[in-house]
Design a protein around this ligand. Structure first.
Ligand SMILES: [Zn+2]
Length: 357
């Protein structure tokens, strides 16, 4: 779940979907560490967004999937229905964690609370409201994609977001929280960490411009959202990263540099390798950065083809069913059929120059 940048998704541009309706119908027819109080048994999963999407660095191998103590309150296919005391305890735990970080690093962070996020930051006060607004915009976009009502709680408590103004602080945080080596953190703008108890945490730093920070928060926020949707289990890296990139492109549309270029990069990869989709689907450990645009294009294609089927697909994947089986069940298509129709869509979309979010 790393990424040479971060991103998220939703389908807010219905016009774009309508323009590709013909093809879509055709297809549809065919088809941290250890940190916390007591050390957790395994390091929680982290997702990363690196700095240069254009020249993505291979992402570090994912930490072994934590032996996830299944969240008893999470029912596959639904956002978890944790009790009020569980939400309360999660909020308190994250506030204790923030205090611990401030003491550990002797840094004062400003606390900003929004309806769905707990934000701690060392950014300047004039950036606080931008941060808060970006986080909530990302949340709203995700609700639309996942077709959830606005009052549906997703996070356990709230998602914690740490945004540091200084990269050295960021690297030190990453090392302390998630044992991420500084050399690795150096290439990243942000990480998302899913804690075994269901809490989610994003750590990012100021990359020099507000757009990149906003994209990072959306990308990592997508991982946090997907971590919670349909239980606390993980999905395949290509799906996780593809969705995060799709959401980012959808939220920012023409402002998202990486979103503009993704389809072109995907086309280049596809042109050179007839087996590339199958190869990507087999990657079950981590996804190299150069595959992000490819993953994004597959997710965008699936979302645009049938948004409802896509949500069902997420539920199946969170239920750890094999992708080919879930594809058959939800889109009535085999992997070779997906390959054929996705390639045609990719080619036509790239040639037309249409926006794809
Ligand atoms: Zn990622």
């Amino acid at each position: 779940m790393g990424r040479s940048r971060s991103a998220v998704t939703d389908r807010s541009n219905l016009a774009g979907a309508a323009r590709t309706l013909g093809l879509l119908l055709l297809f549809a027819a065919a088809l941290g560490t250890p940190h916390t109080q007591a050390a957790p048994p395994a390091r929680p999963a982290a997702s990363q967004r690196n700095r240069t999407p254009a020249r993505r660095q291979p992402t570090r191998p994912q930490p072994a999937q934590p032996a996830q103590p299944p969240n008893p309150a999470a029912t596959p296919g639904l956002v978890s229905t944790d009790s009020a005391p569980m939400h309360h305890e999660a909020l308190q735990a994250e506030k204790r964690f923030a205090q611990e970080m401030m003491q550990q690093f002797r840094v004062q962070m400003t606390f900003v609370e929004t309806p769905h996020f707990l934000i701690w930051t060392t950014l300047q006060p004039q950036q606080h409201q931008v941060l808060a607004a970006q986080c909530e915009a990302m949340y709203a976009a995700l609700l639309r994609i996942f077709q959830l009502p606005a009052d549906q709680p997703v996070f356990l408590g709230k998602c914690a977001v740490f945004v540091l103004s200084n990269q050295e602080q960021f690297k030190a945080f990453c090392q302390y929280v998630q044992q991420i080596p500084p050399d690795h953190a150096r290439r990243a703008v942000g990480f998302q960490i899913g804690l075994p108890d269901g809490r989610s945490r994003i750590i990012a730093f100021w990359p020099g411009n507000v757009q990149e920070l906003a994209e990072t928060l959306v990308h990592e926020g997508s991982h946090a959202f997907l971590q919670r949707f349909g239980g606390n289990s993980h999905v395949l890296p290509w799906f996780n990263e593809g969705l995060a990139e799709h959401v980012t492109a959808t939220v920012f549309q023409t402002r998202c540099n990486q979103g503009r270029e993704a389809m072109q990069r995907a086309i280049e990869l596809v042109r050179n390798d007839p087996q590339i989709l199958s190869k990507m689907l087999m990657m079950d450990d981590s996804l190299p950065g150069e595959f992000y645009p490819l993953a994004q294009s597959v997710v965008t294609f699936l979302v645009q083809t049938d948004g409802k089927a896509f949500v069902q697909m997420i539920k199946g994947l969170k239920n750890t069913e094999p992708f080919s089986q879930v594809l058959q069940k939800t889109y009535n298509a085999s992997v070779p059929q997906l390959d054929t129709h996705w390639r045609k869509w990719l080619q036509q979309t790239a040639e037309s120059g249409r926006p794809v979010y």
